[in-house]
Design a protein around this ligand. Structure first.
Ligand code: NAP
Ligand code: ZN
Length: 349
């Protein structure tokens, strides 16, 4: 089927209107009219080919919400009119041990990413959510709880699950001191989730500008990492640190903020490697870990949890014509706290 969207034609290129084909729905496929798509910093990394291997033209977008407009003959879990979401992947091998455990994000063969990837037929390119329609096998489609507006739900499909999964895995909860580094798209949902789980939440931000907002989201404490005193004061303070920063940080300095047996989880994905000193770990039996999004089962659990707790993203809704400007603002950490594209605006483009 013919679809329209916005694509980057080359690395670091501006995004512009682009028409392309998606597959005709198969028996287990769901066709979704895309209503909203969040702008994740990963979209920018990939358009700029900062991780290597980007292919063009690229339609980014993996924080997708919309309405089911068509279902294949064997679809069981969805009906026309359902409110649904798509996250960072649209397929996986379905056979390996992680896939069988509902951890498709760790598929041994690699999950099929929503865009900038090739489908399992080995040739069809995937294209993402900055577009008006998407066709996805029902196994990889999520239900959006009625209580969450579709625009504020979109960022949960990547930012939300990326923080929920490590917070739950490393048992953020009462009496746990959790720090979130970076109050951007990922970080701000992390603060809301960690607070709702009962943890004591500290935000480590590179200025004090976002302090008032963070407190409203549930942060107990807020520190600027540009102030060297912060690192002296907070030495050995946290059980769990989640690093959401998109740029390189001095990991060793932040590891010193963990108490005995504390863990720092990396979810931010900067272009360059970050040096690690052995002493930062051994001096308090600390762990350094990483985590990527979450599986379909856990993503649904996160959405249902957010529906129950009234958690959604803080967003700036924009027309698609402003996407290039929005990228520049994300790069300056100037977004409160996630840009979401209103796909109605594609009709006027
Ligand atoms: P974002 O909205 O741009 O937020 C990143 C935050 O990091 C900024 O708001 C800023 O917070 C801080 N920051 C940025 N540059 C900095 C610098 N030079 N020094 C110190 N702090 C800086 O990005 P996002 O969408 O949340 O994504 C964050 C990272 O996670 C990206 O690298 C993205 O690719 C990655 N990601 C990973 C996964 C995963 O599954 N692991 C999933 C999605 C995204 P302050 O203003 O508060 O300092
Ligand atoms: Zn993302």
């Amino acid at each position: 089927m013919q679809v329209v969207g916005y694509a980057a034609k080359k690395a670091r290129g501006e995004l512009a209107l682009f028409s392309f084909e998606r597959r005709e729905p198969r028996p287990r496929d769901v066709v979704i009219d895309i209503k909203y798509c969040g702008i994740c910093h990963s979209d920018i990394h990939q358009v700029n080919d900062e991780w290597g291997g980007s292919t063009f033209p690229m339609v980014p977008g993996h924080e997708i919400t919309g309405i089911v407009s068509e279902v294949g003959s064997q679809v069981k879990r969805f009906s026309v009119g359902d409110r649904v979401g798509i996250g960072c992947f649209v397929d996986s091998c379905r056979r390996c041990s992680p896939c069988r455990r509902g951890l498709e994000q760790y598929c041994v063969e690699g999950a099929t990413l929503t865009y900038n990837a090739v489908e399992r037929d080995g040739k069809t390119r995937t294209q993402g959510g900055y577009s008006n329609k998407i066709v996805v096998n029902e196994r990889y489609v999520l239900h959006i709880p009625a209580k969450i507006p579709l625009d504020r739900a979109a960022p949960l499909l990547c930012a939300g699950i990326t923080l929920y999964s490590p917070l739950v895995h490393w048992k953020a909860g009462p009496r746990k001191r959790v720090a979130i580094i970076g109050l951007g798209g990922l970080g701000h949902i992390g603060v809301k989730l960690a607070h709702s789980l009962g943890a004591h939440v500290t935000v480590l931000s590179h200025s004090l500008r976002k302090q008032d907002d963070a407190k409203k989201m549930g942060a107990n404490e807020f520190y600027s990492t540009s102030d060297p005193d912060t690192f002296r004061k907070l030495k050995g303070s946290f059980d769990l640190i989640i690093n959401t920063v998109s740029a390189e940080l001095d990991l060793n300095r932040y590891l010193e903020l963990l108490s005995l047996d504390g863990t720092m989880v990396i979810v931010g994905l900067p272009e360059k490697e970050m040096p690690l000193g052995a002493f930062s770990l051994i001096s308090a039996r600390r762990s350094l870990a990483g985590s990527v999004i979450g599986g379909i089962k856990e993503t649904q659990e996160m959405l249902d949890y957010c529906g129950k707790k009234g958690i959604a993203s803080e967003i700036e809704l924009i027309p698609i014509s402003k996407v290039n400007e929005a990228y520049q603002r994300v790069l300056k950490s100037d977004v409160r706290y996630r840009f979401v594209i209103d796909m109605k605006s594609l009709e006027q483009s």
